[in-house]
Design a protein around this ligand. Structure first.
Ligand SMILES: [Zn+2]
Length: 203
């Protein structure tokens, strides 16, 4: 029989959030016990997310259920053969702010990280391959993962993973972004420059 307390059930849910450890999760749970008027707005917000939002069927970005494919994939003016690969949705927001990219995106939903037990099967690679399968068009894929060990390893893995496609040119964001950079903390001007001056991967 499950005899967990309501508090421990709630704090367990909070501890699933990125960056939230068990102590913080417990504090968050107690916050709601002490501030019950905040509970219903949270429930409403979660329900809206659950009923209105979905992943784009093409690029995995979060989009409204009634506009899927997303605004970028559905945009006729965007170059569908220029695909920028990023870790998550917030990276897309950053790149969009730079106003320097008119292609489409592919959201991986994570980076390969043996230390955190995240393997290539845990990120959106199969859906990337499906996008490219069967097309005879030429593509350019910009690897725009973070300049960290995980970001670099994931970029290299993607190149290997897609090596049988000879219609793909790979590039990486240019220098100006120091090693260790997390795109989230880089200003949009620098991101824009890094896209403009992207460099082709040696094959
Ligand atoms: Zn999309």
């Amino acid at each position: 029989m499950d005899n967990k307390t309501p508090i421990s059930i709630l704090s367990e849910e909070f501890s699933k959030l990125p960056g939230i450890g068990s102590k913080t999760a417990m504090r968050m749970a107690y916050f709601y016990v002490h501030h019950k008027h905040n509970i219903q707005p949270l429930i409403n917000a979660l329900e809206k997310v659950s009923s209105n939002l979905d992943k784009c069927v093409i690029c995995n970005i979060i989009t409204n259920k009634n506009s899927n494919p997303c605004q970028y994939c559905a945009d006729e003016m965007r170059n569908k053969n220029l695909i920028c690969i990023v870790e998550n949705d917030t990276d897309v927001e950053h790149i969009e702010k730079s106003n320097s990219f008119k292609g489409v995106y592919h959201i991986l939903g994570g980076l390969i990280s043996p230390l955190s037990n995240i393997s290539s099967n845990d990120i959106e690679l199969l859906s990337l391959k499906k996008r490219l399968d069967g097309s005879t068009d030429n593509f350019e894929i910009i690897i725009a993962t973070n300049f960290t060990t995980e970001g670099e390893a994931t970029g290299l893995f993607i190149r290997q993973y897609l090596k049988d496609f000879n219609n793909i040119k790979f590039s990486r964001l240019a220098s100006g972004l120091p090693f260790g950079s997390n795109l989230e903390y880089v200003d949009s001007y620098t991101i824009g420059k890094a896209i403009d001056r992207r460099i082709e991967y040696d094959s």
